[in-house]
Design a binder for this molecule. Structure first.
Ligand SMILES: [Zn+2]
Length: 626
């Protein structure tokens, strides 16, 4: 009955974690059983996009789109069903029957690039491991406390000075174009191919899944420029979506529900190998929104530590990173701004929590861990101030440099936007107190300035549910209510399987509703429970996004009847059938009236049918005629 292809699709659907798939694109926040986020399919500032993992569905109450994880991917990437299934089968490693790689050239190219990178990693590592102890790179790594175990865990390697050692090794196996695209070789000014990385320590970069996709390469000699040479973006590498160390950190990020973002490869290697295993860094680029969104997949409460260098550039990176994180999670609620004890709940309370790890010695994390030890660094992480406190402190530190009233006023101007962000008015007034006494300015004057600038920033939040009610007619709503009862009680089909009989008198009027109803009737005897029913329905209508949207609607509606017992459900059935009947009668009456009015101009004709109509109308009113 079910084809081998459909069998594989159902197997894939079993593997899918819809939260996992969607949170790669949308930052989700949990409220009860549902996750909320900003809809990727229409612009909005307050979340009306919901995901219900229990049901495996998403639904946007703003623009109305909905479906399962497959629908989401189809809409997001503009893929057709087959493309989407192919992607998922690769992602979950579930082979598809009669899988033909038609548009497969690109895939093959990617696979070859990945393979070439993997071989390059091995090549560079062999060179490093067989280099003599007095080799400058070996000495450099040893000075950084990088042991052979660390070298092997992070697959560190060495590119020699010779121009084309790697190329000589790989050119027999791969076309030049593959090696160029993978960023392993470049054309020299003489027109021949040479290795891209020479005389450098090689730091391979892994994707979230562990594939080697790019390289960072550190200069070995003083004065060798640039200090870090990085792979450019390619078909397998997009640096704004890749975080160094994520592959080795992701389990810890999940476990600790927090992540430490650092600046450099060696910060991460040092941190992770000293037990700060939830550390990652961007790869030779500044942090992006995509990076931040990606992390929220692993830390559900979005607790992010920024641990950048303590120099000026690092401070700017902290400021920028903070802004970026706030932007990524805006709309999910308030950012955590002060430490307080609160009643534990499963729902996360804040949109995010940003803390700053800044050891005072003015060293980057790697240097600090090596000089003061991992425990000292961990203590800084454990006591890291919230971003707001950190920023205020940094600004207040400047007070000793402030002499003239003008300078003081300039400093106040820098502080006000930070005070503005404090959402709780009592806490805000406490901060105003602290700042005014630290800078010796009038408290009420400062408070007034904060108020004025807040009023300027204020914008009115819109309501989540403002768009929920669509202009469906009463009949349609009642018909949908009836069909939705098929999806009641996830576990068993007791109610659903008897429903068809109970609603057989109803004439469904909407074409899509009829198709869905017929398909449910067809499927209901072949499935074991409601989840199988929904899975099969989505498979059945895989190519029709509007029908998928309707199915999602029905599932959402069914949730509003959950918890009712069988008697109560039967009442729901009766009430909706009565509503449909009443509407049908009303409709018929309107039509008859119209006919009556149309013929009214012709007096004899009117008289003829007047009696018939009056008779019929009376019967309709009293319900004698259906
Ligand atoms: Zn939407």
């Amino acid at each position: 009955m079910v084809s081998a292809y459909e069998e594989a699709v159902l197997q894939i659907k079993n593997q899918i974690d819809i939260i996992d798939i969607i949170s790669e694109e949308v930052v989700l926040k949990k409220k009860g059983k549902t996750y909320w986020g900003l809809c990727p399919f229409h612009g909005e500032k307050t979340p009306s996009f919901s995901v219900t993992p229990e049901r495996g569905i998403f639904k946007c109450f703003g623009c109305g789109v909905g479906g399962d994880a497959i629908t989401f991917l189809m809409k997001l990437h503009n893929w057709d069903y087959v493309q989407t299934i192919k992607y998922l089968s690769e992602r979950y490693n579930i082979p598809l029957p009669e899988f033909k790689s038609d548009g497969g050239k690109q895939k093959e190219e990617r696979a070859l690039m990945l393979e070439a990178c993997k071989k390059a990693v091995q090549f560079y590592q062999d060179v490093l491991l067989t280099s003599p102890q007095d080799n400058i790179a070996v000495k450099y790594l040893a000075a950084r406390d990088i042991t052979p175990a660390v070298i092997s865990r992070y697959s560190l390697g060495l590119a020699l000075k010779e121009p084309n050692e790697l190329y000589k090794r790989l050119k027999r196996e791969y076309d030049d174009s593959i090696l160029v695209d993978a960023g392993l070789i470049i054309k020299s000014s003489q027109g021949n191919y040479i290795d891209r990385f020479r005389n450098r320590i090689i730091i391979p970069i892994q994707s979230e899944n562990g594939d080697y996709i790019a390289f960072g390469a550190r200069a070995i000699e003083d004065g060798q420029n640039p200090k870090y040479l990085n792979s450019s973006d390619s078909k397998i590498y997009n640096k704004s979506r890749i975080l160094y160390g994520l592959y080795t950190a992701k389990e810890s990020i999940k476990q600790e529900d927090s992540v430490v973002i650092m600046e450099g490869y060696f910060d991460v290697i040092s941190a992770q190998s000293h037990g700060i295993s939830n550390a990652v860094a961007s790869c030779g680029t500044s942090l992006t929104l995509e990076h931040v969104k990606m992390l929220s997949k692993y830390t559900r409460s979005r607790k992010i530590y920024l641990s950048f260098d303590t120099d000026k550039a690092g401070q700017n990176a902290t400021k920028r990173g903070g802004e970026l994180i706030k932007t990524a999670f805006q709309g999910l609620g308030n950012i955590k701004q002060f430490d307080e004890s609160h009643v534990a709940s499963n729902d996360d309370k804040y949109s995010c929590e940003i803390r700053v790890v800044a050891p005072p010695e003015g060293k980057d994390p790697d240097e600090y861990i090596r000089s003061s030890g991992a425990d000292a660094f961990k203590a800084y992480v454990a006591n890291a101030p919230l971003l707001l406190d950190f920023q205020l402190n940094e600004l207040l530190k400047k007070k000793s440099e402030v002499n003239t009233p003008q300078e003081k006023s300039d400093l106040v101007k820098e502080i006000i936007p930070i005070l503005n962000e404090v959402q709780n008015p009592i806490i805000q007034s406490e901060y105003v107190k602290i700042v005014s006494s630290a800078l010796n300015v009038d408290e009420s004057a400062l408070a007034a300035q904060v108020q004025t600038s807040m009023a300027e920033d204020f914008n009115v939040p819109s309501e989540i549910y403002s768009n929920v009610t669509k202009s469906s007619s009463i009949v349609e709503i009642a018909q949908k209510n009836l069909l939705s009862l098929h999806f009641i009680n996830r576990g068993d089909l007791n109610f659903a399987s008897g429903l068809s009989e109970k609603i057989k008198s109803v004439n469904f009027t909407n074409k899509t509703l009829i198709i869905v109803k017929d398909t449910i009737d067809k499927l209901i005897n072949t499935v074991n429970n409601v989840s199988e029913l929904t899975d099969m329905l989505y498979v059945e209508f895989a190519d029709d996004i509007s029908v998928q949207g309707l199915i999602t609607d029905l599932i959402c509606i069914s949730d509003s009847f959950s918890g009712l017992n069988e008697d109560e459900l039967n009442i729901v059935v009766q009430e909706n059938i009565l509503k449909i009947d009443a509407c049908e009668r009303e409709e018929e009456r309107k039509q008859l009236k119209q006919i009556y009015e149309d013929v009214n101009d012709d007096e004899t004709e009117a008289l003829k049918i007047q009696m018939q109509l009056r008779d019929k109308l009376n019967k309709l009113r009293t319900g004698e005629v259906k």
